[in-house]
Design a binder for this molecule. Structure first.
Ligand SMILES: Cc1cc2nc3c(=O)[nH]c(=O)nc-3n(C[C@H](O)[C@H](O)[C@H](O)COP(=O)(O)OP(=O)(O)OC[C@H]3O[C@@H](n4cnc5c(N)ncnc54)[C@H](O)[C@@H]3O)c2cc1C
Length: 359
């Protein structure tokens, strides 16, 4: 097997091939996180540290990371409630390394700081299948593996071979196999027992060359057919079009995408609800439960497009809470709680935030 190495310079926000051995650690005291969260909250971190390699990260850990600390990616799933009185760590490890490329599959090792959609664009341009449905999801590669991002019937966990991490406590490294990552709907071991204990440094993806396309979600199939041939690029284009029509552009309107997860209820409860609300969208899960649409529940409570001060739900998608400008994290959280309370009162279903709230 001939290993090929691609360091894709244009994918990297900061990448310095000529200075590999120079210390590129960046440390900033009292650092504004405004450009590091898509909700547009102007919180300040007591310290912000960015590293570009595993050795830089271990050096930072050896010197000591002051508590509390938080690892962030692109901040597209974070809500800062206050200034952050601790250390924010950010990976700028970039690059794609092709480990295996044969007629059946390709194995790719990717730096956790790479922009997720740049990576998807790269795989699609190569004609490799798998990630096209996950086009245009904001954020970085490391967080994608933490969050188990998903869209249009695909979750990233199924394409992850393993995840490389470094412990913040002692700098030791550990590789998690796909099974050890314990992937579930928007969940992984990095959100449960390993939460905020490790930094993801690299994610290795296995993309099959003869995988089946997943087009049975919403109007995706017809959108792809409009584009012509069935290929990763046309699926990506269709997904981009659908998303652009449904989701806010975070450069214009602050948000973190879906604020809540879709609730998963027992089949018995789902049947009961269907008797009262036959039009309620329901999706069977693999474990015999039923996923119901949080957006639908919120819409039924009259929240779609509703605005309170600087916060509201997006006019085209009730599940997305938006910052119309100048809202604080606390205002957004209070709005989310009001939405949650009314869904609980009307449907007796508790919505769980997908967004990570940072105190
Ligand atoms: C407009 C919009 C649309 C969206 N659509 C979708 C969608 O379709 N599907 C979906 O699943 N999500 C969606 N999201 C949510 C978001 O894009 C994902 O959760 C994404 O993976 C977050 O990436 P990030 O780099 O911004 O991570 P952050 O928000 O910075 O962090 C998310 C979590 O990951 C942890 N983390 C980040 N990097 C690392 C690392 N290197 N090591 C260890 N832990 C780390 C953080 O501590 C935090 O707990 C959307 C968001 C927006 C704003």
């Amino acid at each position: 097997m001939l290993a090929r190495l691609f360091f894709l310079r244009y994918f990297c926000k900061i990448y310095d091939t000529d200075n590999k051995h120079r210390n590129m650690i960046k440390k900033y005291p009292f650092y504004s996180l405004l450009s590091h969260n898509t909700f547009g909250i102007d919180a300040t971190a007591a310290q912000f540290i960015e590293f570009q390699s595993e050795s830089e990260l271990t050096e930072i850990i050896r010197e000591g990371v002051t508590h509390p600390y938080l690892v962030i990616g692109g901040g597209s799933n974070l809500l800062f409630m206050n200034d952050y009185e601790g250390t924010v760590l950010h990976s700028a490890i970039c690059g794609v390394e092709v480990l295996t490329d044969n007629e059946h599959e390709v194995l790719l090792r990717v730096g956790s700081g790479m922009i997720w959609d740049d990576f998807v664009a790269y795989t699609v341009e190569q004609g490799w299948q798998g990630l096209e449905n996950l086009s245009m999801i904001p954020g970085e590669v490391g967080a994608a593996a933490v969050q188990n991002i998903g869209a249009y019937g695909v979750e990233v966990g199924e394409f992850i071979a393993h995840v490389d991490t470094i412990s913040i406590a002692d700098g030791s490294s550990r590789r998690f196999s796909q099974q050890e990552c314990d992937y579930a709907y928007r969940n992984s071991i990095f959100k449960t027992v390993e939460k905020n204990k490790r930094v993801v440094t690299y994610v290795t993806f296995r993309l099959r060359k003869n995988a089946e396309y997943r087009l049975d979600y919403g109007n995706l199939r017809s959108k792809v057919e409009e584009k012509g041939a069935l290929c990763p690029m046309n699926v990506r284009m269709a997904v981009k079009e659908i998303r652009a029509a449904k989701l806010p552009d975070v450069s214009q309107l602050g948000s973190a995408g879906s604020f809540f997860m879709n609730p998963v209820v027992s089949s018995e409860y789902a049947r009961k609800m269907a008797r009262h609300y036959p039009q309620m969208p329901q999706y069977a899960t693999d474990d015999g439960k039923v996923k119901i649409s949080a957006a639908w529940l919120i819409e039924q409570c009259g929240w779609k497009g509703k605005r309170v001060g600087n916060v509201g739900t997006y006019e085209h998608q009730a599940l997305v809470i938006v910052n119309y400008g100048g809202a604080t994290g606390r205002e957004i959280a209070a709005f989310a709680k009001a939405v949650c309370d009314s869904v609980k009162e009307k449907f007796d279903v508790m919505l769980v935030p997908e967004v990570n709230m940072v105190e």
